[in-house]
Design a protein around this ligand. Structure first.
Ligand SMILES: Cc1ncc(COP(=O)(O)O)c(C=O)c1O
Ligand SMILES: N[C@H](C=O)CCC(=O)O
Length: 426
């Protein structure tokens, strides 16, 4: 691990915390982050040449696995024609058509450069469209790092103990109301009190930033009804779930249609991309057709569009999702069985190709409180044991795990062999 250690020491001199995104710093688990040199299929390699089975998959984008040959070729071809034009291209039109075809509620789409931009812009649109200021989000859900959404947020903000970040003015945060995920009564109560002032509810339809917590039955339907009753917009943040928990995202999987959808990760095939969209009636309020301003120099970048289109193209394969979902379930079931064999209390959650492991006595984990009450010390030991065995999990217990097409039966079996040894050593 010399090279990663050397690089980390060097990085900390010129990059805050040595990383460009906080969760990567291994603060939650301790030790040295692995600096990565290459990735292929289900695997990544660190700077010291050690190979790992990777369940981070760049935090979700790599639903086809790393270094997919068709995406790589599309990027090379697009790059040969120039990297950015700041003018429209046909690829953007094809991308919008493809997204509208695949995601049930999306009639119109605007491309941006990250998930953060997508959620920030969708919130602005919801506020502009409804002429209301307040927004409702769920404790432990993470929607990127825009000011109004960094209130009781998940992911690194939760891991580092700053769910409501300093630097967000109180005058901004006061418009964000937080309620409990999977608790429809907490949402009803807020709407009964101030529903006429609420522009939107934004929700991760499967929460993936407080570990992995799928919606309980009726929860998403309940949100839809409340929004309809009060004239508020329902925003699904499908940055993580889009094209992952089903071809058409969580809205297809759970059959609940939002007014606006935010996308990222898979839609860029690994390039920096995001998108937001939804009903035509609402999207036409965006500039230049409407007054709500939103823009981006690099938005719809031709290289990113080529990567995203090559990814979406391959998602049409009829058997793809069934295969990945089966491997994800086999992995989670395997973890549960092995933990049981070694007397370790463990609960697992699965939603499509996302999974979560919780070191807890609870038989079912459905909310934030249960997620944060898990045994983090045991997770840390498990984490380092797995790393030692060559399995790279997210270096924080509040992150979902991701399985790709390339995690075949042999990869899952190798992971479970490693887990058997590690559970046995806890
Ligand atoms: C659900 C969700 N929304 C939004 C974001 C923000 O995306 P990005 O990191 O690309 O800004 C993330 C991930 O970071 C996410 O998981
Ligand atoms: N949970 C985050 C995204 O989904 C993790 C990525 C990051 O913050 O760097």
């Amino acid at each position: 691990m010399h090279k990663s250690e050397e690089l980390f020491t060097r990085a900390q001199k010129t990059i805050p915390g040595g990383v460009n995104s906080p969760v990567r710093a291994f603060k939650a688990v301790g030790g040295t982050p692995r600096f990565i040199t290459k990735a292929d299929g289900a695997y990544i390699w660190d700077a010291d040449g050690k190979k790992y089975i990777d369940y981070v998959q760049s935090w979700g984008p790599m639903v086809l696995g790393h270094n997919n040959d068709k995406i790589r070729e599309a990027v090379i071809q697009a790059a040969a024609n120039g990297l950015s034009f700041g003018a429209p291209t046909e690829a953007e039109v094809i991308m919008a058509e493809k997204v509208a075809e695949m995601v049930p509620s999306m009639e119109m789409v605007r491309m941006v450069n990250s998930g953060t931009e997508a959620t920030m812009s969708a919130i602005r649109l919801a506020r502009g469209y409804t002429s209301r200021n307040k927004i409702v989000k769920f404790e432990g859900c993470y929607h990127g790092h825009a000011d109004s959404l960094l209130v009781k947020a998940g992911s690194g903000a939760l891991t580092l103990g700053v769910p409501s970040s300093p630097g967000v003015p109180a005058s901004v945060a006061e418009h964000t109301i937080t309620v409990e995920y999977n608790n429809i009564d907490s949402v009803k109560a807020v709407f009964e009190a101030e529903g006429e002032d609420i522009a939107c509810i934004i929700v991760e339809p499967v929460a993936g930033n407080m570990n992995c917590i799928p919606p309980v039955e009726g929860f998403l339907e309940g949100l839809r009804k409340i929004c309809d009753d009060y004239g508020s917009l329902l925003i699904f943040d499908e940055v993580m779930t889009g094209f992952r928990v089903s071809r058409g995202g969580a809205q297809e999987r759970y059959q609940v249609l939002p007014d606006l959808t935010c996308l990222g990760k898979v839609i860029g095939g690994g390039m920096p991309v995001g998108a937001f969209g939804g009903k035509r009636e609402i999207l036409t309020h965006i500039a230049p057709t409407g007054p709500v301003y939103q823009a981006g120099t690099l938005s719809g970048n031709p290289v990113a569009m080529a990567a995203g289109l090559a990814a979406l193209e391959q998602l049409q394969d009829a058997n793809l999702y069934e295969g990945i979902f089966a491997q994800t379930q086999a992995l989670a079931d395997g973890f549960a069985k092995l933990a049981d064999k070694h007397g370790i209390p463990l609960t697992t959650n699965v939603a499509g190709s996302m999974f979560g492991i919780f070191f807890t006595e609870e038989k079912r984990v459905t909310n934030y409180q249960q997620a944060i009450n898990c045994n983090t010390e045991q997770f840390k030991k498990f984490y380092h044991g797995m790393l030692e065995q060559g399995v790279y999990l997210a270096p924080a217990s509040y992150e979902a795990g991701f399985v790709s097409k390339m995690h075949d039966a042999s990869v899952i079996a190798a992971t479970l062999d490693a887990a058997d040894k590690v559970f046995g050593s806890l």
